[in-house]
Design a protein around this ligand. Structure first.
Ligand code: NI
Length: 163
C-alpha cells in the first residue's frame, strides 16, 4: 500500500462527478488499500477517491476505534432530520465550517467484493457519509455554508474530524 498525495481545493478533480465502479478487480482493491492508508496517515476520518486524483465512486471512512467502512458506488436511500455540525476536509486544510447535515442516513452501496450492502449512519458517521458522497459528486462542504462567516480559520494542525 502507499500513501497518495491529497488534492487541495481549488483542484478541478474535486469538482467533477466521479464514475461508477464497474470492475471489482485487483486495481480497485489496491486503490482502496492506498486510500485507507492515506486517510489514516493524514489523521482524517474519511476520504473519497477524487481527493487522491481518481475520479471513481469510492469512499472510505475511518472513525476512531472502529473498523474502516469502504463503500463503492454509494447512494443515499434516506436522510432523516437536520442539525448543524462543524466540518472540515483534508482537501481544505486549516478551516472548519458550520453546515447543516442529516441526523441519520441510510446508504446503499457495493462492498469491495461487489456485494450490495446497506448501512445506516448516525451522528458523526451520518455526516461523514454525506460529506464523502458529496465528494464523488463534485461537491465540497464549503458549498453548503449559509454565509461566508460560517467558515473559520483554525490553526494549521490536524483536527479529528477532517474528511
Ligand atoms: Ni472532504
Amino acid at each position: 500500500m502507499s500513501i497518495l498525495p491529497i488534492r487541495l481545493a481549488p483542484d478541478l478533480m474535486l469538482r467533477q462527478k466521479a464514475k461508477r465502479v464497474k470492475y471489482f478487480d485487483g486495481s480497485i482493491q489496491k486503490l482502496i488499500g492506498d486510500m485507507q492508508e492515506t486517510m489514516h496517515a493524514a489523521e482524517g476520518i474519511g476520504l473519497a477517491a477524487p481527493q487522491v486524483g481518481i475520479p471513481l465512486r469510492v469512499i472510505v471512512i475511518g472513525l476512531p476505534e472502529e473498523e474502516d467502512i469502504v463503500l463503492l458506488n454509494p447512494q443515499v436511500v434516506r436522510k432523516t432530520g437536520e442539525r448543524v455540525v462543524d466540518e472540515s476536509c483534508l482537501s481544505i486544510p486549516g478551516y472548519v465550517g458550520e453546515v447543516k447535515r442529516a441526523i441519520s442516513i441510510i446508504v446503499k452501496a457495493r462492498d469491495p467484493s461487489g456485494k450490495e450492502i446497506r448501512i445506516r449512519g448516525e451522528k458523526v458517521l451520518s455526516h461523514a457519509l454525506e460529506h464523502e458522497i458529496d465528494h464523488i459528486n463534485g461537491i465540497l462542504y464549503i458549498d453548503h455554508l449559509e454565509t461566508p462567516d460560517k467558515l473559520r480559520k483554525i490553526k494549521p494542525t490536524k483536527t479529528e474530524t477532517e474528511t
